[in-house]
Design a protein around this ligand. Structure first.
Ligand SMILES: Cc1cc2nc3c(=O)[nH]c(=O)nc-3n(C[C@H](O)[C@H](O)[C@H](O)COP(=O)(O)OP(=O)(O)OC[C@H]3O[C@@H](n4cnc5c(N)ncnc54)[C@H](O)[C@@H]3O)c2cc1C
Length: 264
């Protein structure tokens, strides 16, 4: 739901920039952790970027060859969180469980994972009548999933605090290494913490390498102290950081970046 500029909370506890899956999930996580008033701003409409046009496949196992076994474990943990969300949201989310038939060079490494069934040609004919594939090494990862990314955006938005669309992040006014204000197309905001989930962070803002990573599957372990930490970053396309441990006057806020926590 779009908010008029005058109605914007100028001093939210957490400001999330970007209404893609990463920003929406981060906003929901902040609400779940009781971090106070959460405001998400999106310059266009929710899920305007890849998050709205993605295929919606949640297939941890398929990431093995590109991202490696540790990532698969991580993505499976993320999928478990989707499952929990699907139970809570019910038919609204419509998460569907799927088995995947994997054909081709991904086969040999994928076979190393637990829960993968190796198929013969007869098995494939039984599963997919009419499919004429004789390739050896066909694999069947079970327990993968699919959802509609637009529905996901709606479900996350309903749990992520206040959402303001049509509001663009323009920059941060920083003086002496301290953030004074977040500048937007609808005026300055003075949040307690900022999460940038704009795909890639705006150029020049952060002196850390930004890792590029594709996918809806991302999760971070719970943190002992909520702030200042990287709240969500493991997706790599979402780069997040906190400005302050406390809800404090903005002149006292300090930019805190922990590259070691970013998408490693
Ligand atoms: C065709 C396609 C198919 C895909 N299929 C899959 C799939 O099946 N499974 C899977 O896991 N992944 C898939 N992906 C990848 C996945 O969609 C992305 O990795 C993921 O959506 C990235 O989410 P994000 O929130 O980081 O970024 P984005 O979706 O890019 O969201 C960032 C948001 O920030 C907003 N924004 C940017 N700058 C500003 C600003 N200055 N102020 C305010 N707002 C701003 C943008 O408008 C956008 O809405 C696919 C991608 C594509 C392109």
């Amino acid at each position: 739901m779009a908010r008029r500029a005058a109605a914007l909370d100028r001093r939210p506890d957490v400001l999330v920039v970007g209404g893609g899956v990463q920003g929406l999930a981060a906003a929901m996580a902040c609400r779940e952790r009781g971090l106070g008033r959460v405001l998400l701003v999106e310059r266009d409409h929710l899920a305007a970027g890849p998050s709205g046009s993605a295929a919606g496949a949640l297939c941890p196992d398929s990431h093995l060859d590109v991202e490696g076994a540790a990532f698969v474990e991580f993505a499976r943990a993320s999928l478990a969180r989707y499952e929990a969300l699907a139970v809570e949201a019910g038919p609204e989310l419509r998460l569907r469980w799927l088995d995947w038939l994997v054909v081709g060079p991904a086969g040999p490494r994928l076979a190393e994972l637990s829960g993968i069934q190796r198929l013969g040609a007869d098995d494939v004919r039984r599963l997919v009548p009419g499919l004429a594939i004789e390739t050896p090494g066909l694999l069947l990862p079970r327990g993968q999933a699919h959802l509609n990314p637009q529905r996901l955006a709606a479900v996350l938005a309903a749990r992520g605090g206040t959402v303001a669309t049509g509001v663009e992040y323009l920059g941060m006014r920083v003086a002496g290494g301290r953030a004074e204000a977040v500048q937007t197309s609808h005026g300055d905001l003075q949040p307690g913490a900022v999460i940038l989930a704009t795909g890639l962070a705006p150029p020049g803002l952060l002196p850390v390498e930004q890792l590029r990573f594709k996918g809806h599957l991302a999760a971070t372990p719970p943190r002992a102290s909520p702030l200042p930490v990287v709240l969500t970053a493991a997706g790599g396309t979402a780069l997040a950081f906190a400005l302050s441990a406390e809800r404090a006057p903005t002149q006292r806020l300090r930019v805190v970046v922990q590259p070691g926590d970013v998408g490693q």
